[in-house]
Design a protein around this ligand. Structure first.
Ligand SMILES: [Zn+2]
Length: 342
């Protein structure tokens, strides 16, 4: 009998040890991946407080990581109604659309619904001696605000969100709008290809896709040595591939140099193997040139940018010959558009 009890105790100790081991293993993971019900890969971002402090302003850190609240009527998106998407300021995940924004009169940006329920976590919050429902970003676990039941129809929800927790992205704008001209009479549409990598391909494709003169965009993987890689493989930073966007454009309407200038305006080319919260060589900045002419233009634009002092640090963008491009899984194509329609 005592042997049996001894055996049970050994098993319990082993189980506890295993649980402790797996929970600490999780804590040290930077990013984990899971498939949601629709087969979409969701990414979770985990960082130490020190890492968060590096990428956030003190105001953002106080709200996102310390569940603080900005003063009412002081946030930049309180009285702001441009068309576009509101992304998480911690990890860039699209959270709300301007279509769901309304004025609740309380001094914080208010929304009737999130873009995607799966990007929002709700938790009970008793901090002000009453029950409220806290809203957090499901991807990076940052505090965003609260949700109440006093919103307008059709949802009657009132997502009361701190401006500082959000990052607004206007519809189809980069910092530089390339010159665009309509083709003259008799000029036919032609097409050329350009391939770029500038961090997470969802946003890069979205931005290029809005440019006039850009005909087709496709997201995929390029620059590595694994054939037909999957998103999971590429995200594990073991394939050498970068998340890339293939751009078919009409050179009569938009030049390669204008595409390059746009490319340098939508990401930070001085970051090596990362873009903001996305870390790993799959997020590196690359120009994959298709012709010698593209190569010469790219090197010239980089040289001029380095001389201009526009960036504090030297440009780390790789300029390498295009070889193979593996189209990414269908659910990554036009990802932000898909999210908008849901
Ligand atoms: Zn987030």
């Amino acid at each position: 009998m005592s042997q049996k009890i001894g055996g049970i105790i050994v098993i319990i100790v082993l189980l506890l040890g295993w649980a402790l081991f797996t929970s600490t293993a999780k804590e040290t993971h930077q990013e984990t991946f899971f498939l949601n019900g629709e087969g979409r890969v969701m990414k979770t971002v985990k960082k130490t407080n020190e890492e968060w402090k590096e990428i956030l302003t003190p105001e953002q850190y106080n709200v996102l990581r310390k569940s603080g609240t900005e003063r009412a009527f002081t946030g930049k998106y309180d009285n702001f109604y441009e068309q576009g998407l509101y992304l998480c300021a911690g990890c860039g995940t699209p959270l709300f659309s301007s279509k769901a924004k309304y004025d609740h009169g309380t001094g914080w940006p208010s929304f009737t619904a999130p873009l995607d329920e799966k990007h929002i976590d709700r938790r009970p919050d008793y901090s002000l001696l009453m029950k409220r429902t806290e809203v957090r970003c499901a991807v990076c676990d940052s505090h965003l605000g609260h949700v109440f039941d006093d919103g307008p129809p059709p949802t009657h929800k009132h997502y009361c969100i701190n401006s500082v927790a959000l990052q607004f992205e206007a519809e189809g704008t980069g910092e530089i709008s390339p010159k665009h001209r309509e083709p003259q009479k008799g000029e036919k549409q032609s097409s050329e290809t350009a391939t770029f990598a500038a961090g997470c391909f969802w946003g890069v494709e979205y931005k290029f896709g809005k440019l006039k003169g850009v005909l087709v965009t496709t997201v995929g993987y390029s620059g590595g040595d694994v054939k037909n890689p999957t998103y999971r493989q590429v995200c594990s930073d073991s394939t050498g591939h970068a998340e890339a966007v293939h751009v078919l454009y009409d050179p009569i309407r938009i030049s390669y140099e204008e595409l390059l200038n746009f490319f340098f305006s939508i990401h930070d080319p001085t970051q090596l193997n990362r873009q903001g919260p996305d870390v790993g060589s799959q997020y590196r900045s690359v120009i994959f040139y298709h012709t010698e002419e593209q190569k010469t233009t790219a090197l010239k634009v980089i040289e001029n940018l380095n001389k201009s002092g526009r960036f504090k640090n030297p440009i780390m963008t790789q300029v390498i010959p295009f070889s193979e491009f593996y189209k990414a899984e269908e659910y990554h194509q036009k990802y932000y558009e898909k999210m908008r329609k849901e």
